[in-house]
Design a protein around this ligand. Structure first.
Ligand SMILES: *Cc1c(COP(=O)(O)O)cnc(C)c1O
Length: 384
């Protein structure tokens, strides 16, 4: 097995404890033992979401939870306002259109946030809008949209809210009930640090009203009415409509225990320190960050190339010579930027140092004379 360090924005390197939890004997996705594991895991996840309302643990990717939310709550032909400043927001547009919804977009250039005033203007101009969908952390650039204030604007207009928190939940503050989020979708395999397989979807009472009022057929597995039926009728022994990845739930339970034992604030601080150290170090080496400090997430750092540095070559060099995997640009910024993730074990000091020394090593291999460790000066300031 390769010992490469994953420094991509997910999937992520996970702790040995969480990996070992995957090797429990097989168990059924029903019965007493399962109910205990499932319900306890769900209660812990609710604490991370900041919700007292419903939360479903679903088998599948985050995209599935988003599709389930939009399809279950909205009739074909209903209009959704999509806050669009990146690749994953564009994915929301595609999902909505695939569900025969009408879309209106409020845009910002990639790397810039969409501000509440722009959302306010769009909602005032389009009274037909029934729901607003927004990506919290746009992983394609590392920008954090000001979610709490955008939710405030949406509430004031009485529209349903669907949040893609796939890469933000567990990594930055997010309060589903306090901010009035109707649907919040995430996964267990990004900042919650387990292997891929599980999606998470919180559903407010208001969201349920929309789901229950919807008439059009919306399939079966992705119709939340199906999930509700199982919860209500079979909740005490078989709470999900399909076979669940039971080993993954063990891993998720383990990971949530570790996170809650550490305290979520402590985890947030680790991400912030890793991101600051990387941002500071790259700046010292002459690279400029894509996102302005005020809106830069502590979960992914995207940076532009300096003149003469080819992003694919640098990325390949890091992989071959330093054993580190980072990501390239996607969408409009493909070929212009690179992205380094700080989630999973990448939040640790040894990953950050290996990455920065790797970039230095590449530049030295290009003939630049950079003193060894020049990029590490930001580590102390970052609190490492
Ligand atoms: C990773 C990611 C997704 C896609 O998640 P899947 O689990 O692959 O469906 C969606 N939105 C954001 C913001 C992401 O980072």
């Amino acid at each position: 097995m390769s010992q490469r360090k994953l420094m991509i924005p997910g999937p992520v390197d996970i702790t040995p404890e969480v990996r070992q939890a995957m090797s429990v004997p097989m168990m059924p996705h029903y019965g007493r033992e399962w109910i205990l594991l499932h319900n306890e895991t769900r209660e812990m996840a609710k604490r991370i979401f900041g919700t007292q309302h419903d939360l479903y643990i679903m088998a599948g990717p985050g995209t599935m939870a988003l599709e389930a939310a939009l399809g279950s709550a909205l009739e074909p032909g209903a209009t959704v306002l999509i806050v669009n400043n990146g690749f994953f927001a564009q994915r929301l547009v595609t999902i909505a259109q695939g569900l025969a919804l009408e879309t209106v977009e409020v845009k910002a250039p990639m790397g810039a946030p969409v501000l509440p005033a722009a959302v306010e203007e769009a909602l005032a101009k389009h009274p037909e809008v029934k729901a607003l969908a927004v990506v919290h952390h746009e992983t394609s650039t590392g920008v954090l949209n000001p979610l709490e204030s955008i939710m405030g604007v949406a509430r004031a207009h009485g529209v349903l809210t669907v949040v893609d928190a796939v890469s933000s939940l567990g990594g930055v503050p997010l309060e589903v009930d306090a901010w009035g989020i109707d649907f919040c979708a995430s996964v267990a395999n990004k900042a919650l640090e387990t292997p891929p397989a599980l999606a998470l979807l919180s559903i407010s009472p208001r969201a349920w009203e929309h789901v229950e009022a919807r008439q059009a057929p919306r399939g079966w597995y992705l119709d939340l009415k199906t999930w509700q039926w199982y919860e209500e009728h079979w909740g005490d022994w078989h709470p999900s409509p399909v076979t669940m990845p039971t080993s993954n739930l063990y891993a998720f339970h383990e990971s949530l225990m570790a996170l809650l034992a550490q305290g979520i604030e402590g985890r947030y601080a680790e991400y912030r320190a890793a991101a600051q150290a990387v941002r500071g170090g790259l700046t010292r080496l002459g690279f400029s960050p894509v996102v302005a400090e005020a809106y830069a997430s502590p979960l992914t750092t995207a940076f532009y190339m300096r003149s003469g540095v080819d992003p694919d070559e640098l990325k390949q060099w890091l992989c071959d010579e330093a054993g580190i995997l980072i990501s390239g640009g996607i969408g409009e910024l493909k070929g212009e930027i690179l992205r380094v993730g700080h989630i999973g074990l990448a939040r640790q000091k040894d990953y950050v140092i290996a990455f920065l020394l790797g970039v230095e090593g590449y530049l030295r291999a290009q003939g630049e004379s950079i003193p060894w460790g020049a990029s590490l000066a930001a580590l102390d300031a970052a609190g490492f």
